[in-house]
Write a protein that binds this ligand. Structure first.
Ligand SMILES: *Cc1c(COP(=O)(O)O)cnc(C)c1O
Length: 341
C-alpha cells in the first residue's frame, strides 16, 4: 500500500479529510448494517435532535504504525464501552461493542494510506460519534440516529520538544455532581469554550476545574485528566464521579504499577495539597502526557520542581513506557493492541 504524499513531520492537530468513513443509521429501533462511504458530508433535517438539544456523544482514539510495520489501535474495547455509557446517559441507542470495534478497524484499514509511518511522530486520529437525526421540537430523545467513524492524520503533539504547560484554577465549573461530566458528550465541550478562551486571553494554556460542590478538590481540565507524582515517587490521579474516565490515565496507572514498579493510586486530591507534589501532567489520547510546570490559583503560583523546560523524571518514564507499548517497542499487556493489518 502506497502512503499518501503528506509531510508527516509537519502535521498539526487539525482535520485532514481522508478517503473513507463508516456510517450506520438507527431507524425503527435497530441499526442498519452500515457501510464505508467516500461522502464526507452529513445531511440532516433542520430540526434534528442534535441541532436543537445537543444529543451527541463521541470518542477519540488513535491508530499507530508499530516499529515492525503493523497498524494497531490501542484498547478500542474501552472506547466502545465508554461510548455505550455516554449513549445511555443521553437516552441514545447503544452501538454494539463488537460492531464499534469492527467499524473502527474497517475505517482505519480503508484509510491505511493515511496512517503515518513509524517514527514520524504522527498518528491517525479516529473519531467515532453518534447523533440524533430526526426532527424533535419538544424536549425528548430523537428516534433516529447516525453513528459515524472518520479518521484524520495528526501531528506529533510535542513538536520541537516538550514545553510544560501553565494552568490556572478557574472559577467556572465543568460538571455538576450527578451531572454529565463522566461521559464524552459534546455538551461538556460546548460549555467549556468560554472558559478556555478566557484562559487563553489571560495567558494560560488550560483550566483546572475544581469539584462544583465544594470547590476544594481537583477534577480535570476541559479535555484531559490530571496525574501527579509525590515527592517520594508515587503516582496519584484524582478520583471523582464527575471526571471523564480517561483510558490513557487508566493505562498509565497500570503501567506504573505493573511495568515500572511504582506505587499508584486513584484518590481524592485537594487543591490544598497540589503544592506538595513533585510533578504534574495532563493525560489523554492526544498527548499521552503533557507536563504541567505551573498552576496559578488566583495569583498564587504553584511551581513544580520539574520546572518549565522539561518533563519531570517520573512523567517521562510513564510517557516512554506507554508510547513504547503503543508503538510496539515494548511488550503490550494482553489485549491492549488491536492489530488492524
Ligand atoms: C477524552 C477526554 C479525556 C481523555 O480521555 P482518553 O481516553 O485518555 O483520551 C479526559 N478528559 C475529558 C474531559 C475528555 O473528554
Amino acid at each position: 500500500m502506497e502512503k499518501k504524499n503528506i509531510d508527516w513531520g509537519n502535521l498539526g492537530f487539525g482535520y485532514v479529510q481522508t478517503d473513507y468513513r463508516f456510517v450506520s443509521d438507527f431507524k425503527n429501533g435497530s441499526w442498519d448494517e452500515g457501510k464505508l462511504t467516500e461522502d464526507a458530508t452529513v445531511v440532516i433535517n433542520e430540526c434534528a435532535g442534535v441541532l436543537q438539544y445537543a444529543q451527541t456523544v463521541f470518542e477519540g482514539m488513535k491508530a499507530y504504525t508499530t516499529e515492525d510495520g503493523r497498524i494497531v489501535t490501542f484498547r478500542p474495547d474501552l472506547n466502545a464501552e465508554r461510548m455505550e455509557n455516554s449513549a445511555k446517559r443521553l437516552e441514545m441507542p447503544v452501538f454494539p461493542k463488537d460492531r464499534f470495534i469492527q467499524a473502527v478497524v474497517d475505517t482505519v484499514k480503508a484509510n491505511a494510506a493515511y496512517v503515518p509511518p513509524f517514527g514520524s511522530g504522527a498518528t491517525l486520529y479516529i473519531r467515532p460519534y453518534m447523533f440524533g437525526t430526526n426532527p424533535v421540537i419538544g424536549v425528548k430523545p430523537a428516534d433516529e440516529y447516525q453513528f459515524r467513524v472518520f479518521t484524520t492524520p495528526v501531528g506529533p503533539y510535542f513538536k520541537g520538544g516538550v514545553k510544560p504547560l501553565t494552568i490556572r484554577v478557574t472559577d467556572f465549573d465543568r460538571a455538576a455532581p450527578h451531572g454529565t461530566g463522566h461521559i464524552k458528550a459534546g455538551l461538556n465541550y460546548a460549555m467549556s469554550m468560554h472558559a478556555i478562551m478566557d484562559a487563553h486571553r489571560q495567558g494560560y494554556d488550560e483550566n483546572m476545574y475544581l469539584d462544583a460542590a465544594t470547590r476544594t478538590k481537583v477534577e480535570e481540565t476541559g479535555g484531559a485528566n490530571f496525574l501527579f507524582v509525590t515527592k517520594d515517587g508515587k503516582v496519584v490521579t484524582p478520583k471523582s464521579d464527575s471526571i471523564l474516565p480517561s483510558i490513557t490515565r487508566r493505562s498509565l496507572i497500570y503501567v506504573a504499577q505493573h511495568c515500572l514498579g511504582l506505587e499508584a493510586e486513584e484518590r481524592e486530591v485537594t487543591l490544598e495539597e497540589v503544592k506538595d507534589f513533585a510533578e504534574c501532567g495532563l493525560c489523554g489520547t492526544a498527548a499521552v502526557i503533557s507536563p504541567v510546570g505551573k498552576i496559578v490559583d488566583h495569583g498564587k503560583e504553584i511551581c513544580f520542581p520539574s520546572g518549565m523546560t522539561e518533563m519531570g523524571p517520573v512523567t517521562k518514564k510513564l510517557y516512554e513506557a506507554l508510547t513504547g507499548i503503543q508503538m510496539g517497542r515494548l511488550e503490550a499487556p494482553e489485549g491492549w493492541l488491536q492489530v488492524i493489518e
